[in-house]
Design a binder for this molecule. Structure first.
Ligand SMILES: Cc1cc2nc3c(=O)[nH]c(=O)nc-3n(C[C@H](O)[C@H](O)[C@H](O)COP(=O)(O)O)c2cc1C
Length: 365
C-alpha cells in the first residue's frame, strides 16, 4: 500500500511537508488503540522475534529507527508498531531552535537518497521530555542529544550534559551526536583532543547520574562517514579509553560525488540512503578491526535490504538502523529485512542472529 498509494502521493509534495504530514498522521494514529493494533498486525507481526543484546539492553529485534525522523518524540506509539527493535529519538537540543531556513530536505529518487541540512530543528528538551514521559513505551528508546547552534563549540559539553541530566530517567541509551554536518563546527568535536575532553566530561556526568539514580544508562557516540581512515584508530582508542557503551556509524555524508548530475546534488547538506552504503560499511569494518568487540557498533547508512543489513553485521555491527529506506519503501521494509536475516540464521543452523554472524565472520577471515 505504501509504495503504490501513499508514496506516490507523498512524493508529489515538498519533502519536508510530506514528512510533517506523515508525522502528524502518526501522532493521531498513536492515540487510537484499534489503529495501533492494526498497524501491529500489518507490520510488526510479519517478522519473527529476533532478539539482540548489547549495551546491557535486550532489543527485541536487530533493526532500529535511526535518529532524525522523530526529533520531538511525538510518534513513539505508532512507530513502535512497525517491527523496529528500538527507536532512536531526537536529535534534541537543550533549547528550542528553528534549524536552517527552508527548503532544507531534498529527495534524490534515482538513488533512493536524501540530502538534508535541517540543522537540528528542535522543540527543545521540555516538550520532548513531556512526550517520552507520557508514553507507555514498548520498545527500547535511544535519545540522541545535540548542541544548540548558539552554544560556542568550546562549550558543547555543557549542552550534552544538560541533555543527559534532564532526560536520564527516560532513555534506554543516549547517543552523543557529534557528526551532523549541518551545525557549524560540530564535527570538530571528532578531532582527537576535543573528543578526549568531551568524552571525559560526558562519562564523568554519566557516572554521577548512575550513582544518583542507581541505574547506568549506556552512552553511544555517533560518528560521520567522512572521517579520514587514518584517524579511525585514534578514534577507536578514545572510545575504548572512555569505555563508551557503543558507537553508531554513520551519520550522513558531505560527499555528494555519487549523486553528481542529479537534481539537488549540489544542495548543501548530508547525503543519506543507498549511495552511503559502501562508505558506511567500510567505516564499520575499519572500526571493528580496531575495537574487536570491546565497544559494540551499531551500523547505519544506506541499508535497504536484508543483504545490506547482513553485510553490515559481517563488517562488525551488532545491530543496524535505517532511515532513508524507510522513507522510500515504507514500514514493510523492517519485516522484510528481519525475515531475510532469519533465513540466513536458519541456513547457518545457528540459534541466534548473533551466533550466525559470529560463525559467518570466522568463515570470512
Ligand atoms: C532528514 C534527515 C534528518 C536526520 N536527522 C538526524 C538527526 O537529527 N540526528 C542524527 O543523529 N542523525 C540524523 N539523520 C541521519 C540518520 O540518522 C542516519 O544516520 C543517516 O540518514 C544514514 O542512514 P540512512 O542511509 O538509512 O538514511 C538524519 C537523516 C535524514 C535523512
Amino acid at each position: 500500500m505504501y509504495k503504490h498509494i501513499l508514496r506516490p502521493l507523498l512524493f508529489r509534495l515538498d519533502p519536508e511537508l510530506a514528512h510533517e504530514l506523515t508525522l502528524d498522521w502518526l501522532v493521531r494514529a498513536g492515540r487510537l488503540s484499534p489503529v495501533l493494533a492494526l498497524l501491529n498486525k500489518i507490520y510488526a507481526r510479519q517478522a519473527p522475534d529476533m532478539p539482540v543484546e548489547l549495551m546491557g539492553i535486550k532489543f527485541p529485534g536487530p533493526v532500529g529507527l535511526a535518529a532524525g525522523l522523530d526529533k520531538g518524540a511525538s510518534c513513539i506509539n505508532a512507530l513502535s508498531c512497525f517491527g523496529f527493535g528500538h527507536l532512536e529519538l531526537g536529535t534534541v537540543t537543550p533549547l528550542a531552535q528553528p534549524g536552517n531556513p527552508k527548503p532544507r530536505m531534498f529527495r534524490v529518487p534515482e538513488h533512493q537518497a536524501i540530502i538534508n541540512r535541517m540543522g537540528f530543528n528542535s522543540g527543545g528538551i521540555h516538550p520532548f521530555l513531556e512526550n517520552v514521559a507520557s508514553t507507555r513505551k514498548t520498545l527500547p528508546l535511544g535519545i540522541n542529544l545535540g548542541k544548540n547552534a548558539v552554544t560556542p563549540i568550546e562549550q558543547a559539553a555543557g549542552d550534552y550534559i544538560t541533555g543527559l541530566k534532564q532526560l536520564y530517567l527516560y532513555a534506554d541509551y543516549f547517543t552523543i551526536n557529534i557528526s551532523s554536518p549541518n551545525t557549524k563546527n560540530l564535527r570538530d568535536l571528532q578531532s582527537e583532543d576535543a573528543l578526549d575532553a568531551l568524552l571525559s566530561d560526558i562519562m564523568k556526568t554519566r557516572q554521577q547520574l548512575a550513582a544518583e539514580f542507581q541505574r547506568k544508562v549506556p552512552v553511544a557516540v555517533k560518528i560521520a562517514p567522512d572521517i579520514e581512515n587514518d584517524n579511525i584508530p585514534a578514534l577507536a582508542e578514545l572510545l575504548m579509553k572512555h569505555k563508551l557503551d557503543a558507537v553508531i556509524a554513520t551519520n550522513t555524508t558531505i560527499d555528494h560525488s555519487s549523486v553528481e548530475g542529479c537534481e539537488f546534488a549540489d544542495e548543501a547538506g548530508g547525503l543519506s540512503g543507498k549511495p552511503l552504503r559502501g562508505r558506511a560499511n567500510e567505516v564499520v569494518g575499519l572500526l571493528y578491526r580496531e575495537l574487536q568487540g570491546t565497544v559494540p557498533i551499531i551500523g547505519v547508512g544506506g541499508i535497504s535490504s536484508a543483504e545490506d543489513a547482513w553485510q553490515r553485521l559481517l563488517a562488525g555491527a551488532e545491530m543496524v538502523q535505517i532511515y532513508s529506506s524507510f522513507i522510500y519503501n515504507g514500514p514493510a521494509i523492517v519485516a522484510e529485512i528481519i525475515n531475510g536475516l532469519a533465513l540466513r540464521v536458519a541456513e547457518s543452523g545457528s540459534e541466534s542472529l548473533q551466533l550466525a554472524v559470529q560463525s559467518a565472520r570466522k568463515e570470512y577471515k
